[in-house]
Design a protein around this ligand. Structure first.
Ligand SMILES: C[S@@+](CC[C@H](N)C(=O)[O-])C[C@H]1O[C@@H](n2cnc3c(N)ncnc32)[C@H](O)[C@@H]1O
Length: 231
C-alpha cells in the first residue's frame, strides 16, 4: 500500500505494480479518501454531479493496462475519458444528453456517442477491457418515477446489453452512493450491487470518502466503488 499523505489521501492501491496486480486485495484497506474537489470545467450549466478525476485515475490505473479500451456508459462530462487518455488508455463514452455529449466530445479524449447506452448493440466497437462509470441516480426509463421502483431493473437491463461488448475477465467498476434524503434512505448502492452480481462476479467494494465538506453523492460524504468481474 502506498501512502500519499502529502496530497491528503491514503492510496489503497499499490500503484507500484502499475496494473500488473489486477486482483482486488480484500485484506488491504477497503477505503480511501480524497478531498472530493472537482476540476473546473467550462461547461455552461449544472456540472457538479461528477466524480473527481483522481477517482477515475485510481480505478483506471488499477483495473486496466496501457493501450486498453475503457468504456463509460454514462460518461457525463467525460471525466473517465480524460483520465483514461492521460493514462495511455483508449476510451469510449455514451451520453444521452446532447449538451453534455457535445462538451465531452470537445475534450478530445476519446469517442463520445450521443445516444442511450441501451443502444450499444447498434455500434461496432472493439471489446472493452474495463467499464468504469457512475450511473445516473434517477430512474432512466421512467423520469416521473420518484420512488425509483424501476431504477435497479433499468441498470440491470443496461448491463445485460453491455456484457457482450466486454472481454472475458474485464472489470466493471461502478461508483455509486446510497441516497440519503430527508424522509428516505434509498440503499441503491446495495441493491445495484446485489442485482448486478447475478450478471458479473462481485469481487468486493472500496469506500470512497470525501475528507472535506464536499458531497460524494446522494447527500453522503462517501460512495461505494463496486468491483465486478466479467467471468
Ligand atoms: C452521474 S452522471 C455521470 C458523470 C460523469 N461520471 C462525469 O464525471 O462527468 C450520469 C450521466 O448519465 C447520463 N445518462 C442517463 N441515462 C443514460 C443513458 N440511458 N445512456 C447514456 N447516458 C445516460 C446522464 O445524462 C448523466 O450525464
Amino acid at each position: 500500500m502506498a501512502r500519499k499523505s502529502g496530497r491528503g489521501y491514503f492510496l489503497l492501491i499499490n500503484m507500484k505494480n502499475k496494473g500488473k496486480q489486477l486482483r482486488f486485495d480484500r485484506w488491504k484497506k477497503t477505503w480511501f479518501s480524497v478531498s472530493g474537489k472537482l476540476e473546473k470545467i467550462a461547461f455552461k450549466g449544472e456540472s457538479d454531479f461528477r466524480f473527481p478525476e483522481e477517482v477515475a485515475n485510481l480505478v483506471i490505473s488499477k483495473y486496466s493496462r496501457k493501450g486498453d479500451l475503457v468504456l463509460d456508459p454514462f460518461c457525463g462530462f467525460g471525466t473517465t475519458l480524460v483520465a483514461a487518455k492521460k493514462l495511455g488508455r483508449k476510451a469510449v463514452g455514451f451520453e444521452i444528453d446532447k449538451k453534455r455529449a457535445h462538451f465531452a466530445s470537445g475534450r478530445k479524449a476519446g469517442r463520445i456517442i450521443n445516444d442511450s447506452i441501451e443502444n450499444i448493440g447498434k455500434y461496432t466497437l472493439p471489446r472493452v477491457d474495463l467499464v468504469f462509470t457512475s450511473p445516473p441516480y434517477l430512474s432512466m426509463r421512467h423520469p416521473k418515477d420518484p420512488e425509483g421502483k424501476h431504477y435497479v431493473e433499468d441498470i440491470y437491463r443496461i448491463f445485460v446489453k453491455i456484457k457482450p461488448c466486454m472481454k472475458k475477465g474485464a472489470y466493471v467498476i461502478i461508483e455509486i452512493a446510497n441516497l440519503a434524503r430527508e424522509k428516505e434512505f434509498r440503499p441503491q448502492a446495495w441493491t445495484v450491487g446485489l442485482r448486478l452480481s447475478k450478471l458479473f462476479k462481485l469481487e468486493g467494494e472500496i469506500i470512497r470518502c470525501n475528507n472535506g465538506s464536499i458531497e460524494a453523492g446522494g447527500n453522503n460524504d462517501h460512495s461505494h466503488v463496486l468491483i465486478f468481474k466479467n467471468k
